[in-house]
Ligand binder design. Structure first.
Ligand SMILES: NC(=O)c1ccc[n+]([C@@H]2O[C@H](COP(=O)([O-])OP(=O)(O)OC[C@H]3O[C@@H](n4cnc5c(N)ncnc54)[C@H](O)[C@@H]3O)[C@@H](O)[C@H]2O)c1
Ligand SMILES: [Zn+2]
Length: 347
């Protein structure tokens, strides 16, 4: 039985359907269809009017890829009434969403996420993007999908790194919004990644994360306030990602970033050091990295954080936990405290 959730975003409402084989529902959407597929994901049987296969990898999340999607649509003479279908992870979803936001000033699109990260986070909420050599996600648009079809069966072929990386975003969601979800992850422990149960445990995780993400998007679609808490672990994490030249994948970097943010919050007395410790232990159980490679100097990481696009005139803006299940955005934290957090977070 498929589960159906609703995301009532201000610019458009849509269903998020979760269950075995739900990708087949693509056929019920009107219009001619362009399938945009990640090169590592075989087509399960989506019959479209045209297809474009993307070269996998964050380094190909470029405006050139967006242009190639739009050109394929133009070659097929697709119109504003037609539909793009994204089949892949967060990279494919972000690129297809961006192309659909700008092709003929906007066409409809649906998301069929195939990574855990995309199922629990990227496919819901309408943020679309491409990277520039100057930085990640610097161009994009808010453009909500018409539907999100999540079949956890796709997870069976995912690499261990991509599975644990997706789990980092699940931990993020739990720490900022849902203490009960955190307890469940803790109780499941390492078996959740070493012997993953995609038929029930993961369905529950995906459902809960989508529900929470939809609620946040409903209350703040364009990130004027609350939505920013979804960036927990990401300001620290992006610094690690960038410093590693993206050899440390996003989810792993976010895990390190959450540990650094957790240490800082404990130093500031925002949450207890025992809560920071619980977060650390959970990340370790999920086989995620929690420390920065020794050769990454704290001062260099801080320098990267200074150019984060979420900063304002009061300096580096961070999301920090108040307790497990609740977080808030703070700015004006002395940089020497951030340096100390990085130091405490080293190998
Ligand atoms: N729009 C948003 O709100 C949002 C939120 C979070 C992250 N993101 C973006 O998402 C991206 C990260 O997403 P991701 O982790 O899914 O990365 P990804 O799309 O690069 O996928 C990771 C890897 O898994 C492969 N893959 C995909 N599905 C597979 C499957 N079923 N079996 C085997 N391999 C498969 C891909 O080819 C790739 O090598 C980043 O670019 C990030 O900025 C966007
Ligand atoms: Zn993320």
């Amino acid at each position: 039985m498929a589960e159906i959730l609703r995301c009532n975003a201000a610019s458009g409402a849509y269903d998020i359907t979760i269950g075995k084989g739900v990708w087949e529902k693509f056929a019920s959407f009107p219009g001619r269809k362009l399938l945009v597929r990640d090169g590592n994901v075989p087509n399960p049987g989506i019959e479209a009017d045209g297809e474009i296969v993307l070269t996998p990898g964050e380094q190909y999340k470029t405006f050139a890829a967006v242009e190639s999607i739009c050109r394929r649509a133009a070659q097929l003479h697709l119109t504003r009434k037609d539909l793009f279908i994204a089949l892949g992870g967060g990279v494919t979803g972000d690129l297809t969403g961006f192309a659909s936001a700008i092709y003929m000033r906007g066409v409809r699109f649906i998301q069929i996420p195939t990574t855990l990260l995309a199922m629990v986070d990227a496919s819901v909420g309408g943020k679309t993007a491409a990277d520039l050599p100057e930085g990640k996600n610097l161009i994009g648009a808010f453009h909500q999908p018409e539907a999100v079809l999540i079949d956890p069966g796709f997870l069976k072929t995912l690499s261990f790194t991509d599975l644990t990386g997706g789990m980092a975003e699940v931990v993020k969601t739990a720490v900022i919004l849902d203490r009960q979800l955190f307890d469940r992850l803790e109780a499941a422990g390492e078996s959740s990644v070493l012997a993953p149960d995609f038929d029930s445990f993961y369905v529950e995780l995906i459902k809960r994360c989508c529900q929470l993400k939809a609620q946040v998007v409903e209350s703040d679609e364009k990130e004027n306030g609350l939505r920013a808490i979804l960036n927990y672990g990401h300001t620290f994490g992006h610094a690690v990602e960038q410093k590693s030249l993206f050899s440390i994948p996003h989810g792993a970097a976010v895990a390190i970033g959450m540990n650094a943010a957790g240490i800082l919050a404990a130093e500031l007395g925002m949450w207890s050091s025992s809560e920071a410790e619980r977060q650390l232990e959970l990340l370790k159980k999920l086989r995620l990295p929690v420390t920065v490679p020794a050769e990454f100097a704290p001062a260099e990481l801080l320098e990267i954080m200074r150019s984060d696009k979420k900063n304002d005139s009061s300096g580096i803006r961070l999301v920090l936990p108040e307790k497990i299940g609740s977080a808030k955005t703070v700015s004006g934290i002395p940089e020497k405290m951030m340096l100390k957090a990085w130091e405490l977070c080293h190998d």
